[in-house]
Design a protein around this ligand. Structure first.
Ligand code: SF4
Length: 306
């Protein structure tokens, strides 16, 4: 570790204690951020940890909608996003106004929003889901027709697992669509022993070639299992850092080196320190949105427990 990192880390840890803060990091964050976090996980795990923590400050190393979700679940805590520009292009592919219009066109539909959505969109939805619990949440609903926003590919994947009628919003993750089916085919030839695991935000043609379709938390758990010694990983490449760290004897091959989310890479050690020093950028969901968005998130957490 470089001297610069040791000093930065010391300062962060000392300030973290002073502020009574906890650092949460998504699996796609830079290795240096994952290594300093109190908890590293996927959207569901992070939101559950945000709900459980008794810290006064949450430093959220992820993207804006994740910090909003933490604020929804912990309205009395200060939630800091170390880079205000860390947004999610997929979440921004639908606005609350656009969703209201679509709901008017589909009055009988139950609205399920992927957690990768803004608080305003969550507030317009009946229930939220993550890639880890999407099928479980949708199956738990007493509804025939589902309007699913904003990820068409996760929605398509769910539609192969349920009899419910799925109407899909045409959003997508610009990072996961970079993973092409020919990359998987080529890597399978190169690494015939490897298990192919992909995230459900991938295109259906990629999903069709996979052995397992899992959330990032699910990918980490699967990698620890005995049946895996080599794995082709079809998701954002930040997860490779954690996989290698937790499974030193195993080989992890990214399905595409281009599967990099630039927004997830905006946060680094310097920005975490600055964020704790200045107590910024604070993410706070306005009261009028908060209550309705929380209902959708709570329903998800409830369905996830069933
Ligand atoms: S990887 Fe995709 S879904 Fe996740 S934050 Fe980046 S753009 Fe959004």
């Amino acid at each position: 570790m470089e001297n610069r990192d040791v000093k930065l880390i010391e300062k962060i840890l000392s300030l973290k204690r002073e502020r009574k803060a906890v650092i949460l990091a998504h699996n796609y964050q830079l290795g240096e951020v994952q290594d300093i976090a109190d908890f590293v996980g996927d959207s569901l795990e992070l939101s559950q940890n945000a709900a459980k923590t008794d810290a006064e400050v949450i430093v959220f190393c992820g993207v804006h909608f994740m910090a909003e979700t933490a604020s929804i679940l912990c309205p009395d805590k200060i939630v800091l996003l170390p880079d205000v520009n860390a947004g999610c292009p997929m979440a921004n592919m639908i606005t609350a106004e656009e969703l209201r219009k679509r709901k008017r066109e589909l009055p009988g539909a139950t609205v399920v929003c992927y957690i990768n959505s803004t608080a305003e969109v969550k507030a317009e939805s009946d229930v939220c889901c993550t890639s880890a619990n999407a099928v479980k949440v949708i199956e738990s609903l007493d509804a025939r027709e589902i309007l699913f926003v904003p990820d068409q590919y996760l929605g398509h994947y769910i539609s192969t697992k349920t009899d419910k009628k799925m109407i899909l919003w045409p959003g997508f993750c610009p990072t996961h669509v970079r993973i092409q089916p020919q990359y998987i085919t080529g890597l399978r030839q190169q690494y015939p022993q490897a298990n192919v695991v992909v995230h459900p935000e991938c295109r259906p043609e990629v999903i069709a070639l996979a052995d397992e379709v899992l959330s990032t938390g699910g990918i980490c758990r699967y990698a620890r299992s005995e049946e895996v010694s080599e794995m082709i990983v079809g998701t954002e490449i930040g997860i490779i850092h954690r996989l290698k760290k937790e499974n030193p004897g195993k080989k992890f091959i990214p399905a595409s080196e281009q599967a990099v989310c630039p927004n997830m890479k905006l946060i680094n050690l310097e920005k975490i320190l600055w964020s704790l020093e200045e107590m910024t950028h604070q993410v706070k969901v306005p009261k009028e949105v908060h209550l309705r968005a929380k209902t959708a998130v709570d329903k998800m957490l409830e369905a996830g427990r069933i």
